[in-house]
Design a protein around this ligand. Sequence first.
Ligand SMILES: [Zn+2]
Length: 101
Amino acid sequence: MRLFRREVVCQEWTELITDYLEGVLPRRLVKAIELHLASCPHCSEYLGQMRRTIEISGALPVDTDVPDELLDALQRAFEDFAQLEHGATDADEDWPGEPAD
Ligand SMILES: [Zn+2]
């Protein structure tokens, strides 16, 4: 399976967002995610929507258990992304909108 790195990062991010908001992600990964958020308006917006959802519902919608090896892989992906992007964005990328099952 070959995907563009951006798509992998953005899609995986949606899997991690509840852990991120709960503050249970490892600090090194939080830092990598925040680097990604700084250069990805789609993920920033998704985070904002999720925060509003939590305010309204008073709870996180889903909790996921993320294995350590996935966290390591994601940290590398986010770091690579941050290095590649340097803040540049494409207008016509394919943003999934909602995480697919
Ligand atoms: Zn993103």
